[in-house]
Ligand binder design. Structure first.
Ligand code: NAD
Length: 477
């Protein structure tokens, strides 16, 4: 049988120990893999690679079917980019898939019935990393949600549910506040959900959804969410299932995939042979299923479940009275190897679908008539509202008129309230009367007018209508 090439990074802290245990299990299970080592992490950061990786390593990763990665340590101090974010965005790994399962009664949890898969969008949202310090005391981060990005992840969630015979896909978002960005995610969810009539669908505002997830996780099945909510809630879900040390995650793209434990490099536990390798073992199972070595994946997963049932536990899940034997990393790995070929007695035996993962590239671009109608100009100004207003109230160009001034989104003119707390960042909105189309030249002239009165412009945003509906939020604070 031809071996499948995979890239392997040992990482930092507990990484090398848990990777060693995992690779022994993969070998013992007869997984036909050709391993290509990749050096990443702390050493590489300290050698001067700001992303924690020598760019030459991209070719090694590209030449393989999957990347199995142990956690790395990001050195303290500024100037270091997140290697994970770099790998996910560079390789287009848009779907982060984290099964969070309870192993009751063998691992203590308040949620014995929990079996949730979190599908987190991986490329957009605030993780695009577009951030600015606009004034000495104001910073801003830009949240990007696109139709194409939302479609890919939401379709992936439904295809995942179909392939794994799950019954329901839930969407978490916050479109009561972010009507445009999260509103688009919600809209796309409704459109795609309609294509899967055999799978139930529902949506929750993320705050109450998160509360429900923490309280009654058994009511959820697959949950799809934008990047930031998914990042936070997948850790919460893994922890309430039993331990962050038990969860693996897959980062799936059209041209690559990366698999890792969800925890970090736990430097305090490094070199002591105590860390739980389970997260990385389960990530390796996800990898085997992804690359088509389904039998080896099932063998390892079921052997691992049998080991948990036998009460052979690492310190993090060891409980007097519940566990039988406290073991180290290597001994836990050896116990899993001994159990290869066995199925769990009480926990559910795992059987994975043989169907290949679908390629998610269908994109439904929308068409609408787009019209430029104005501009928002952001100004750095330290002073009172009235002083500010007096300096800019005369500005107008063609049909563009000053319609409102806001501070942190709250309208302060016209009809502002004296109680409103103002900071040094002001937004002035110029819109044409009756939303008449204006030219780029006219909106740029507005910027010139601010320059003329020596106002400190820090940012501008052009305002469009789409099919005569405003493509910008109003401020009715
Ligand atoms: P962490 O997840 O590494 O560890 C937090 C605590 O959880 C540990 O002290 C330990 O008590 C426990 N723990 C975690 N994994 C365990 C395991 N497998 N077995 C037993 N106990 C385990 O989080 P942290 O301390 O905040 O981060 C440490 C480093 O890891 C940082 O440099 C951080 O940037 C990095 N990190 C890397 C990744 C990654 O590479 N994917 C992810 C998260 C954090």
């Amino acid at each position: 049988m031809n071996k499948i090439p995979i890239a392997v990074a040992e990482g930092d802290g507990i990484g090398p120990e848990i990777m060693r245990a995992t690779l022994h299990i993969l070998e013992a299970a007869g997984a036909a893999l050709e391993i290509h080592k990749v050096e990443i992490g702390e050493k590489m950061y300290l050698k001067g690679f700001p992303t924690g990786m020598d760019p030459k390593m991209w070719d090694v990763i590209r030449g393989t079917k999957a990347f199995l990665k142990a956690p790395i340590t990001t050195p303290q101090g500024g100037g270091f980019k997140s290697l994970n974010v770099t790998i996910r965005t560079t390789l287009g790994l848009y779907a982060n898939v984290r099964p969070c399962v309870s192993y009751f009664p063998f691992v203590a949890t308040k949620h014995p019935e929990m079996d949730v898969v979190i599908v987190r969008e991986n490329e957009e949202d605030l993780y695009a990393g577009i951030e600015y310090r606009q004034t000495p005391d104001v910073c801003s981060s830009i949240k990007i949600i696109s139709r194409a990005g939302s479609e890919k992840i939401i379709r992936y969630a439904f295809e995942y549910a179909k392939r794994t015979e799950r019954k329901k896909v839930t969407c978490f978002m916050k479109d009561n506040i972010m009507k445009f960005s999260d509103g688009l995610f919600h809209k796309v969810f409704d459109e795609i959900a309609a294509e899967y009539p055999n799978i139930l669908n529902e949506h929750w505002i993320v705050d109450i959804g998160a509360a429900k997830l923490a309280d009654t996780p058994e009511v959820f099945d697959v949950i799809v969410m934008p990047n930031l909510y998914g990042d936070i809630l997948s850790d919460v879900a893994a922890q309430i299932a039993g331990s962050v040390g038990l969860a693996g995650s897959a980062n799936i793209g059209e041209k690559g995939a990366m698999f890792e434990a969800i925890h970090g490099s736990a430097p305090r536990r490094a070199g002591q042979n105590v860390a739980n390798p389970s997260g990385l073992i389960l990530a390796a199972v996800q990898m085997l299923v992804h690359i088509g070595l389904v039998e080896a994946g099932e063998k390892i997963h079921n052997g691992w479940l049998a080991t948990l049932e036998q009460g052979i536990h690492t310190y993090d899940i060891f409980k007097e009275g519940l566990s039988k034997q406290k073991v180290g990393t290597a001994e836990f790995g050896a116990a899993v190897i001994k159990n290869l070929g066995k199925n769990p007695q009480q926990l559910k035996t795992v059987a994975y679908s043989r169907a290949a993962e679908p390629l998610i590239h269908k994109h439904l671009p929308t068409s609408s008539s787009r019209k430029l109608v104005g501009i928002d100009v952001f100004i750095y100004f330290r002073g009172q509202m009235q002083q500010f207003f007096d300096r800019i109230s005369h500005i107008n160009v063609g049909a563009l008129r000053l319609k409102m001034i806001t501070n942190r989104g709250v309208r302060v003119w016209p009809q502002g309230q004296p109680e409103t707390f103002c900071i040094e960042q002001w937004r002035c909105r110029f819109v044409s009367d009756e939303d008449k189309a204006v030219s780029q030249h006219e909106v740029i002239q507005i910027l010139h007018a601010f320059d003329h009165v020596q106002m400190d412009v820090i940012k501008s945003e052009f305002l469009y209508t789409f099919d005569n509906k405003a493509g910008y939020s109003s401020a009715e604070g």
